[in-house]
Design a binder for this molecule. Structure first.
Ligand SMILES: Nc1ncnc2c1ncn2[C@@H]1O[C@H](COP(=O)(O)OP(=O)(O)OP(=O)(O)O)[C@@H](O)[C@H]1O
Length: 275
């Protein structure tokens, strides 16, 4: 285990098990200045605890991606505070606190799937044996064992997305940030990946922040649904799910599921009314 890994594990162990993974207090982000400035996030207050699956839903431009990017230290807030595992997002990034899955799989076409997954591990200085072990583990987690030697173009869109999830899982960060990872896939593939993602979450006890435009996807996956509204981007409502952790796909026909979906839809409607 290299130094970076050791410090990450130590700092995680120092913290109380129920400590917040993400904590935003009066968080604001304004892009630019003057008349053309955009108030992308306004007074965001949100706590995400360990093991939660939190979806962000809201109309285009309400700041979902910007919030995730702040957590990942890819954007810098202009006001308020934000901590990740109790530290600044920048320190958390240096300690590899999260894996990030983008909307497009973003795999390098000239590298095999295994070599794509290895890339962050190579950069982090893992030994060859450890790299191979982790690649095998994460390929199994996303049910792609046997595909490590293939190139991205030899895989379907859904399989490529699973490979990009495997890459984000490779260094075993406790936090997974996912920005509309299944948005470009057809419904059936998406259903299947949602099911697999839930199983993975239940098995690994990770904390997940997930951006989506789909109400059923948000309700099916989440323990908490953050409904956002645009201009400026705010949290309109946070809905705690009452669904059990075990969720077969047909739970979507249950009255409880339909009730939560209804609340999310109403929240989105009310948020739009601010325009
Ligand atoms: N780098 C930037 N410079 C200026 N404005 C930006 C920048 N990044 C995002 N914005 C603006 O900030 C607002 C929030 O954008 P963001 O991408 O976070 O929204 P979103 O909710 O993720 O939207 P979508 O659902 O379309 O992905 C938008 O008005 C967007 O145009």
């Amino acid at each position: 285990m290299n130094m970076q890994m050791t410090s990450r594990v130590d700092s995680a162990m120092d913290r109380a098990p129920d400590a917040a993974v993400i904590e935003a207090r009066d968080l604001n982000l304004v892009f630019g200045t003057g008349e053309t400035s955009v108030h992308a996030l306004k007074d965001i207050n949100l706590t995400i605890n360990k093991g939660e699956f939190v979806s962000f839903i809201g109309p285009s431009g309400c700041g979902k991606t910007t919030f995730l990017r702040c957590v990942a230290s890819l954007e810098t807030p202009t006001g308020g505070s934000l901590t990740v595992n109790g530290m600044t997002p920048e320190d958390a990034r240096k300690q590899r606190a999260y894996g990030y899955v983008f909307q497009a799989a973003g795999l390098y076409p000239w590298r095999t799937i295994a070599k794509n997954i290895k890339l962050p591990l190579e950069i982090m200085g893992y030994s060859k044996a450890e790299q191979d072990k982790r690649v095998a583990e994460v390929l199994e987690l996303v049910e792609l064992s046997g595909f490590g030697g293939k190139f991205p173009w030899q895989l379907s869109g859904g399989m490529q997305q699973r490979a990009s999830i495997a890459r984000a899982l490779a260094f075993d960060a406790d936090l997974l940030l996912m920005d509309e990872p299944f948005g470009a896939l057809d419904e059936i593939v998406r259903d299947h990946l949602n099911e697999q993602l839930l199983k993975l979450w239940a098995r690994t006890d990770k904390t997940i922040g997930f951006v989506t435009h789909s109400i059923p996807e948000a309700v099916y996956l989440s323990t908490k649904i953050v409904v956002m509204s645009p201009r400026p981007g705010r949290i309109h409502e946070v809905i705690d799910s009452t669904l059990p952790k075990e969720r077969p796909l047909d739970i979507r026909d249950s009255p409880e599921f339909i009730e939560i979906a209804h609340r999310v839809r109403e929240g989105l409607r009310a948020g739009h009314a601010h325009d």
